[in-house]
Design a protein around this ligand. Sequence first.
Ligand code: FMN
Length: 243
Amino acid sequence: MTKSASNPTEHNVLQPGVPNLTPVMKADDVVQLLHNRYTAKKYNPDMPCSEEDFQAIIEAGRMSPSSMGFEPWHFVHLKNQDVIDEIMPHLWGGQGKVEGSSHLVLLLGRDQKEMKPYSDYLTHIHEDVQHYPAENLDKRMKKYTKFINEDQDYRTEREKNLWVDKQVYIALSNMLTMSAALGVDSTPLEGYERKPIEEILIKHGVYDPEKFHLSVMVCFGHSDCEHREKTRQPMEEVFSVFE
Ligand SMILES: Cc1cc2nc3c(=O)[nH]c(=O)nc-3n(C[C@H](O)[C@H](O)[C@H](O)COP(=O)(O)O)c2cc1C
């Protein structure tokens, strides 16, 4: 097993052609990590998430998998207190949490204009990011069109945006797990009135509505409250085998 000693991100990442992963954690440790991740309901403002940890959390989002590898997201660290104050009345799920947290992140989904077959964005991903030959674009876009419209049967713009949001939530999940691994508390935030919050964000130029919509939010920091007991259905109620 060869691992790279020198790479641009300074992480010990596998190189192309290397067949599989070397385990970096034992199964028990990973399961323990998942049991320890919990949604913080109150933060200690005197214990912020460090910038180093925050960058690792965002890296977990950036490295997330997405359908066809289109990475249909953008993450905004919202630092502007005036904008935070303005959205707060509409962010009922975040009240009492965002206040003491140190980092509030908006997870944006690429909007349908950006995700249309042959769009500048998808062409850029195909050619500049994934390094596929330009002459393969036509074949790939035809496949994508069938996949979205027929195979998956997404019809309206809203349905297609929700497909994008599915990808964004994978990035959210990875950020939550990374945060737990670093001992940083997190709160995923979906409890909000979407329309007024989007209007406020767009009014302040936080994002371009021609390119993005708001998918979900998350805040990070350290809680000084005791972790609540985890409640989950037993394994046999959520997992079965069909032979
Ligand atoms: C997509 C998503 C949105 C959520 N939105 C909120 C929210 O707005 N406010 C909140 O306090 N918790 C929110 N939660 C946290 C859930 O209530 C929490 O994950 C669940 O009760 C399980 O608890 P645990 O995360 O501590 O294991 C959200 C969780 C997810 C995954």
